[in-house]
Design a binder for this molecule. Structure first.
Ligand SMILES: Nc1ncnc2c1ncn2[C@@H]1O[C@H](COP(=O)(O)OP(=O)(O)OP(=O)(O)O)[C@@H](O)[C@H]1O
Ligand SMILES: [Mg+2]
Length: 236
């Protein structure tokens, strides 16, 4: 479980203080899938970066279970089991997809094991396993490889920022199936897509004032459908 306690993030915009996230008190439950949605610029990626330790909140605290992780670095959080799938994989010359999966899982996988991760993200393993990570991979293929890395790494908390970006619409069902497989974990996904929102247990709607509505999917999606809510930043 990840808990935000009085969490705020502010920036200086034209010398004026502006809250991107304001006094959030939210728990993302273990074993549940939460989808964060809201207008462009409402602070979704900022929140994911704060949980991952890439950005630091201005006020408030973040807890991993009972543990306050405010002072933990990105790698300490990763070691605790907070796994992200939104940073571009490292691209060293000569490194292959298989090397990357081994790096992520911190072990030498057999070909069959490595292929399993690729198959889960819809890549035909034999075609990709020995591909070098270079500019010849398409955007969607790279995105899938990032997802495969997150699965290979494992963890307790999975953070996905717009995992659907660059993934063709026909593969959405598979993508949703993949999230459902992370049973028992805390899964937090930023998405604008209705199909992904529909797969959530909980939905968090961020608005442009830095505040959020958090609740069971049905309640929040009903709210998003209300015309007055569209101004707040419902799903596309
Ligand atoms: N240092 C900064 N100074 C001014 N504004 C900033 C700074 N850092 C972030 N912002 C603003 O914070 C807001 C939130 O950005 P963020 O990337 O979290 O939005 P988002 O909800 O992920 O949007 P999108 O749907 O487009 O991905 C944006 O308006 C961004 O311009
Ligand atoms: Mg974003």
């Amino acid at each position: 479980m990840i808990t935000l306690q009085n969490l705020s993030y502010k920036v200086f915009d034209n010398k004026e203080e502006k809250y991107i996230l304001k006094n959030l008190n939210i728990s993302f439950p273990k074993g549940k899938l939460t989808v964060i949605t809201g207008q462009n610029g409402s602070g979704k990626s900022t929140l994911m970066k704060i949980i991952a330790g890439i950005s630091k909140q201005s006020e408030g605290n973040v807890f991993f279970g009972e543990k306050n992780i405010d002072e933990c670095s990105i790698s300490q959080r990763a070691n605790l089991g907070i796994t992200t799938a939104f940073q571009q994989p490292v691209r060293f010359k000569g490194i292959t997809v298989r090397d990357l999966i081994n790096l992520a899982s911190k072990k030498q996988n057999t070909v069959a094991q490595a292929c399993e991760f690729l198959a889960k993200v819809g890549l035909c393993a034999k075609d990709y396993i020995d591909r070098p990570l270079d500019g010849t991979l398409s955007g969607g293929e790279m995105k899938r490889i990032e997802l495969a890395m997150a699965l290979a790494k494992g963890g307790e908390v999975f953070l996905f920022d717009e995992p659907e970006a660059g993934i063709d619409l026909w593969s959405f069902e598979e993508l949703v199936g993949l999230f459902k497989e992370l049973k028992g974990k805390t899964v937090i996904i930023v998405s604008h897509q209705k199909k992904i929102l529909q797969s959530a247990d909980f939905v968090m709607l961020l608005n442009r004032d830095g505040q959020a509505v958090f609740g069971e999917k049905i309640e929040v999606l009903d709210m998003i459908e209300q015309p007055q809510c569209r101004k707040m930043g419902g799903a596309k």
